[in-house]
Design a protein around this ligand. Structure first.
Ligand code: DGY
Length: 326
């Protein structure tokens, strides 16, 4: 029996490669530059499975170019790059990597929160510049974190992991989510549910943890920023298009907000030039980027592929409807 053919758009990590290589013939894209769309369509054409990143679009055109494809395994928890209904129509399983990156992403949301509150970017620049003339009383004074109000938009696994960390700072935690959390969870995390507008109005730090969906695209724009405190900081580790960046730039310029720390951007990898200002902290989509977590994510994607190709249900299947047709 011929071994199934897999395209992986990155070399992955050794442990993930071992999982795939044990039962599949894998074409790893290992050039330093990303795979182009043309090359992706060309290479996927005869493959049974695709292991892809959030930078690759799995849409109807790709699926049409890959008639043998049975699974698209995203190495990410977010899957806005995958047209899941199109996959389902073509009986292609779609999978993601939930759970393994929650704590690492929450760590990073806190990294950003602390960096923007305490002006670490500006401080580091000054320390490295050779221009520092010594301690001064009013030099780079930021905002306290402890005792403040942390607002969370989205209270799933990652939002809750962010909330858990707030107790060490004796913060008040409020959240909004389309689905209110069970009372036991609210109690454990000392988190209080609020209406969307109240979270905006009451937060000193507002951290965003919603998936990118039609209803969350542009969730935060001029109208929402106008409800926030001028002393508030915005932190985003979810997806860039959840925020209207032009409106954010205006809010930062006009001091309607104190600062923003963004791991994600509306048009990655482009950074809105208006965001290159002192009261922002910017990172290139790094929230899950610890070696341990990225390795786990790649292994999960590999396991999803191997499960499907060996006739089992992939552990992280997004469209279970396809199983009937396999
Ligand atoms: C995801 O998994 O969706 C992140 O954005 C990258 O880890």
């Amino acid at each position: 029996m011929p071994r199934p053919k897999v395209l992986a758009t990155r070399p992955l990590f050794e442990s993930a490669r071992q999982i795939l290589n044990a039962s599949c013939d894998v074409d790893y894209w290992s050039a330093p530059e990303r795979i182009s769309r043309e090359e992706l369509l060309r290479r996927v054409a005869d493959k049974d499975a695709l292991v892809c990143l959030l930078t690759e679009r799995v849409d109807d055109a790709l699926l049409a170019a890959a008639p043998a494809l049975r699974i698209a395994a995203n190495v990410a928890v977010g899957f806005d790059n995958i047209d899941v209904p199109a996959c389902t129509r073509r009986s292609v399983a779609a999978t993601n990597t939930p759970g393994v990156l929650d704590e690492t992403t929450a760590d990073f949301a806190w990294t950003l929160l602390m960096a923007v509150a305490r002006r670490i970017g500006e401080g580091e620049q000054l320390a490295r510049s050779g221009q520092w003339t010594g301690w001064d009383l009013d030099q780079l004074c930021g905002a306290d974190i402890h005792g403040k109000t942390l607002g969370l938009l989205g209270f799933g696994r990652i939002g809750r992991a962010v909330a858990r960390r707030a107790s060490g700072f004796r913060m008040k935690v409020i959240y909004h989510d389309a689905l209110r959390a069970p009372e036991a969870v609210e109690h454990e995390l000392h988190a209080e549910f609020r209406e969307f507008r109240s979270v905006l109005a009451q937060s000193d730090f507002l951290s965003v943890h919603v998936p990118l969906l039609p209803e969350t695209r542009g969730l935060l724009g001029a109208a929402q920023f106008s409800l926030m405190k001028p002393s508030a900081f915005l932190i985003n580790t979810s997806r860039g298009p959840v925020i209207d960046e032009s409106a954010l730039v205006h809010a930062l310029e006009s001091r309607q907000l104190a600062g923003a720390a963004l791991d994600v951007n509306e048009k990655e990898p482009q950074i809105h030039p208006g965001l290159l200002r002192p009261n922002t902290v910017l990172a290139p989509h790094l929230a899950s980027a610890s070696l341990e977590t990225r390795t786990k994510m790649a292994c999960m994607a590999a396991e999803n592929v191997v499960a499907l190709l060996s006739g089992k249900r992939p552990p992280n299947l997004l469209n279970p409807e396809v199983l009937q047709s396999h």
